[in-house]
Design a protein around this ligand. Structure first.
Ligand SMILES: C[S@@+](CC[C@H](N)C(=O)[O-])C[C@H]1O[C@@H](n2cnc3c(N)ncnc32)[C@H](O)[C@@H]1O
Length: 387
């Protein structure tokens, strides 16, 4: 079934290449289209030199909003290191973007936990050469502490694996259920434009995925399946002997992600701070993302010995780690009331539920061979008020 063609303006070599490949193969899965649009080695959105994050880019991330985010994450890392009480502490961050989260964490540890900083190794796993280059510039002051690795070149004997807004950037399959049958979205090239076609899901991995998950989109609804995410989590679990995994991203548990009211899925594109749902326009100039299924991450983690220690909204995580106490200190240090107000307005984005990053953003903390420590991030507002 051919679907309506969304409006599109494309004159890039990447679009030409995608048209050529879609024609030659008689159509490609949306996951293949997204993988090339974002990660084609020469032309992909994340691979070409451009500002992607922050004011001059396409979207903000929590670490681009303010250094406080990384400082609070660092506080949680300090407690994890205490729980592990080992001679060394390894942090591995995948998909670190321009390196700002790593910088804020390392700055905070150097200042507030120098003994831990001294025995720390920070490894970045980054697909994009352009971002690796940016990371090494941003992290120059910590050059002795940081190293880079590919996806299979790291392991953790004692430490924490960390990511912020990585999993939403994994290529996803798009599906719709009609007459009780799962159909997969294919991208075809037709008359010089990209068009969508639904085909009976030939890939049995999709049926197996939803059976494994125990949840699926209902009749008539469109949804995404991030088949790479559970596989990724299993590999992480296998690389950690003893330690934690902290995954920060926007998304929901499966029942909410595939809830009946979510009729069109969660696919979103970002270009110069404008959000839209058309991945076929300006191919290679837009970020393409889908909300993360945290049930899939927890379930696949469990299979490799990663127990869920904490899962909740980003605002709870940050409040538990002392967001308000830090805000008060930062305000008091602001040179004028005008600057204190500007700071409040900026930081509010990290915790506000509507139009901010507080509620849709979730944090999942898993542990392997660490027991069941009471994590600092799990402190409730009542407990914070009582000291
Ligand atoms: C949205 S950005 C992350 C932003 C960043 N963590 C921050 O806090 O500002 C996604 C990042 O993940 C990287 N990436 C995507 N897939 C990857 C993979 N399989 N391995 C390593 N990096 C990956 C991209 O190149 C990009 O740097």
């Amino acid at each position: 079934m051919m679907l309506q063609v969304p409006p599109q303006t494309n004159n890039s070599p990447l679009a030409a290449l995608l048209h050529q490949q879609a024609k030659a193969a008689g159509g490609m899965t949306f996951a293949d289209f997204m993988a090339l649009a974002l990660y084609h080695p020469q032309y992909g959105y994340y691979m070409t030199p451009r500002d992607r994050i922050g004011k001059s880019g396409d979207f903000f991330t929590s670490s681009s909003v303010n250094a406080l985010f990384g400082r609070l994450v660092a506080r949680q890392l300090v407690q994890m290191a205490e729980v592990l009480s080992a001679d060394s502490f390894q942090i591995v961050e995948q998909g670190g973007g321009e390196g700002h989260l790593a910088l804020d964490i390392l700055d905070a540890l150097a200042e507030e936990a120098p003994a831990l900083y001294a025995r720390l190794a920070y490894t970045l796993v980054e697909l994009s050469q352009d971002n690796r280059h940016r990371q090494s510039g941003v992290l120059a002051a910590h050059a002795g502490k940081v190293a880079w690795s590919d996806e299979s070149g790291w392991s953790i004997s004692s430490g924490c694996f960390l990511s912020n807004e990585l999993v939403d950037a994994f290529p996803v399959h798009v599906v719709e259920k009609h007459a009780g049958v799962l159909q997969e979205l294919f991208v075809v090239s037709s008359g010089g434009v990209f068009a969508e076609e639904l085909r009976r899901a030939a890939d049995s991995r999709l049926d197996r995925y939803f059976a494994w998950l125990g949840c699926a989109p209902i009749e008539g609804n469109r949804a995404e399946a991030n088949l790479a995410a559970p596989e990724w989590m299993r590999q992480i679990g296998e690389r950690i002997s003893r330690g934690f995994v902290m995954t920060i991203d926007y998304g929901y548990p499966a029942e909410e992600l595939y809830a009946p009211h979510r009729r069109a899925g969660t696919l979103m594109c970002y270009h110069r701070h404008q959000a839209d749902d058309n991945p076929y326009d300006r191919v290679g100039e837009k970020d393409i993302t889908a909300h993360v299924d945290f049930t899939a991450l927890r379930k696949s983690g469990n299979e490799v010995g990663l127990d869920t220690l904490w899962f909740g909204e980003q605002y709870r995580f940050l409040l538990g780690l002392g967001f308000f106490e830090e805000l008060v200190k930062l305000e008091a240090a602001a040179p004028s009331e005008q600057e204190a107000r500007a700071l409040r307005l900026t930081l509010k984005n990290l915790i506000m539920p509507e139009a901010g990053m507080g509620e849709t953003f979730k944090v999942l903390v898993q542990g392997k061979n660490v027991g069941v420590p009471e994590l600092l991030c799990s402190r409730t507002i009542g407990a914070i008020a009582c000291g």
